[in-house]
Every structure is written in structure tokens, then in C-alpha cells.
Design a protein around this ligand. Structure first.
Ligand code: PEP
Ligand code: MG
Length: 325
């Protein structure tokens, strides 16, 4: 085990490139600014997902703008010019803040979550955008919006963003005028309309945790059905293939920040589907990099094609097992 650990450390500084020369980016998912230390120690070259809601979960009240600004600025500075993708607050579902606890939503997973909550609470959203834009003067911050299901939500977000930018200009506060806006693809409706969404977004990031749960109608925290939560369900593979192919075809960056991206047993499948940007828990980075270094992507094509064709889970699983041989 110790030998294995030291071999992983050896690849820490190596560039993630496949045996046939395909370059890959390996970013970190973080929840607190101090997580950047672990991300950098494991060779991350960017933050692919900063779950900003953790700032909103720890106290009774909403975090103030200064507190948010300091946190976003710290991440940007710690990453020293590397890309830092900060997701706007994604509450609801599994993450309920103290001030939300009186919610009586009949089904929180299908309720006011992610961007929907931000649209319903514009002053909370604009305070966050103001803090994020201010912090963008201190590094390479990009914005990511969660749980989008319509183009209207993206357009509305852009309107808020433009208005907050105008406010900052009027206040004489520096920010990155060219800040990029990306969207999470984690609702099946967004996956199926991804071409249209991409016209309004600078990049996308696939949230497989939610995409799988909503596609298969399975809450994996529910013991009665968690065995049905399956990243290798043919429907999931087909959706991933559609999202990645479409983004690659229109030339917009696509990354994945759901847990699938950090599972070394799935790295070959994702590379074969055309994914080149992965974001994961810092502890997974070296294991995934090791997989990348040992993969010949071109050789995977026939198996990947067959995996995208089949609707039979058993057949798909058998094909997936061959990716490693
Ligand atoms: C996801 O849904 O895959 C994701 C990254 O978002 P979260 O896990 O925070 O819901
Ligand atoms: Mg999600």
C-alpha cells in the first residue's frame, strides 16, 4: 500500500496526458477556501467547482457580502491565476440552510433549488454576484449556475449579471469585464436541450450526481432504492454522450464535476466519450491521473460506440469491463 502511495506521489507533478497524446485537465472540487491547499498538493491545475453554498450553511443568517468576497478572493488568490469556477449558491434538496428550515415544499428535490431559489430571492443572488465580481479582480474566476432547466433562467441570470456589472462600474470598483458564465447540466431537460443552452453559456459542467438521480428517479440516500442508482445505466451513458458530443461540436468547453469524474474506474469511459476536463475531490486526483496516463483513447472507440448503442444494462456493464483490458 505504501509503495502504491509513493507511486501516486511520483505522478503528482506530471502533466495529465494519455498514451496517445490527448491532454486532459484535472481540477478540484472544493467546499471551503482552505481546501485549495489539498487541491494544489494533489496537482490540481484549477478549481472546477467551488460549492459556495457551504458559506450559506454554517450560520443562522445569510452570509454578508464582505464575508463572501473574502472567501471568493481567497480561493482566487490561493490558485494564483489558475481557473477557479465558483458555483452560485445551490441550496434546497439535500442542503437546507437554517433560515430555510420552515420550508414546506412537498418535494424539495423538485422544488425551489439552485438557480430557481436565486431567481426567487434576487437580492440574495445579486449580493453574491456583487461579491463574486469584486473577487474576479484577484484571479481567474468563472461563474457557474446550478440546476438550470430552461434558457430563460440563463437569460435572466445574464440580466442580473449585467446590472450588477453596471453598478460596479458606477461605484468605480474593479472586476473582470470578460468573466465567463457557465451552466451546470444536471437536469435531464438541460441535457436534452444542451445545444440551445450552449448558445447562451460560455461553458458547461456536467453534474452527474443530480443528472443520475433525476434521470433514473432514484434518491441514492434512500436505502430502499439506492441499488438502482447506476452511473452505467444506458440512459446515463446516452445523455453523457449527447452532452459531451454537442459541446465538442460547437467548440465550447465541457467539464464534469459530479462524482463520476473522480471515479478512476470510470475515467476510460469518460475519456472515450470525449471528456477532457474533470473536476473531483482532491483525494481522487492522483488516482484519476494515473488512469489517464495509462489510457490509449483512440483504441477505446469501438467499445465506446457499442456502449452508446445498447439499452441493456448487463451488456453495457460487460463492455465497460473490457475498457480496462
Ligand atoms: C452534481 O449534481 O453532480 C453536482 C456536482 O452538484 P451537487 O453534488 O453539489 O449537487
Ligand atoms: Mg448538483
Amino acid at each position: 500500500w505504501l509503495l502504491k502511495q509513493s507511486a501516486l506521489q511520483d505522478i503528482r507533478a506530471s502533466v495529465p496526458v494519455t498514451r496517445d497524446g490527448v491532454e486532459v485537465e484535472l481540477f478540484a472540487n472544493i467546499e471551503l477556501p482552505e481546501d485549495t491547499t489539498l487541491a494544489l498538493a494533489n496537482g490540481a491545475t484549477g478549481v472546477g467547482l467551488f460549492r459556495s453554498e457551504f458559506l450559506f450553511l454554517k450560520e443562522e443568517a445569510l452570509p454578508g457580502e464582505e464575508e463572501q468576497f473574502e472567501a471568493y478572493k481567497a480561493v482566487a488568490e490561493n490558485m494564483a491565476g489558475m481557473p477557479v469556477i465558483i458555483r452560485t449558491v445551490d441550496l434546497g434538496k439535500d442542503k437546507i440552510a437554517t433560515w430555510q428550515e420552515d420550508t414546506d415544499a412537498p418535494n424539495p428535490a423538485l422544488g425551489l433549488t439552485g438557480i430557481r431559489l436565486c431567481m426567487a430571492e434576487p437580492s440574495m443572488f445579486r449580493t453574491q454576484l456583487h461579491a463574486l465580481l469584486r473577487a474576479s479582480a484577484f484571479g481567474k474566476i468563472k461563474l457557474l449556475i446550478p440546476m438550470i432547466s430552461t434558457i430563460a433562467e440563463v437569460k435572466q441570470t445574464r440580466r442580473h449579471l449585467e446590472e450588477v456589472k453596471a453598478q460596479l462600474r458606477a461605484e468605480g470598483i474593479a472586476f473582470d469585464e470578460a468573466i465567463e458564465l457557465g451552466g451546470m447540466i444536471e437536469v435531464p431537460a438541460a441535457a436534452l436541450t444542451v445545444r440551445g443552452l450552449l448558445k447562451h453559456l460560455d461553458f458547461i459542467s456536467i453534474g452527474t450526481n443530480d443528472l443520475i438521480q433525476y434521470s433514473l428517479a432514484v434518491d441514492r440516500n434512500d436505502d430502499a432504492v439506492s441499488h438502482l442508482y447506476d452511473p452505467l445505466h444506458p440512459a446515463v451513458v446516452k445523455l453523457l454522450s449527447l452532452i459531451i458530443d454537442t459541446a465538442n461540436a460547437v467548440g465550447k468547453p465541457v467539464s464534469m464535476c459530479g462524482e463520476m469524474a473522480g471515479d478512476p474506474a470510470l475515467t476510460r469511459l469518460l475519456l472515450g466519450l470525449g471528456l477532457r476536463r474533470f473536476s473531483m475531490l482532491p483525494a481522487q486526483l492522483l488516482k484519476v491521473k494515473q488512469q489517464v496516463l495509462g489510457t490509449d483513447v483512440a483504441a477505446l472507440s469501438p467499445l465506446i460506440e457499442a456502449m452508446c448503442e445498447t439499452s441493456d444494462s448487463d451488456e453495457l456493464r460487460a463492455l465497460a469491463a473490457q475498457l480496462d483490458s
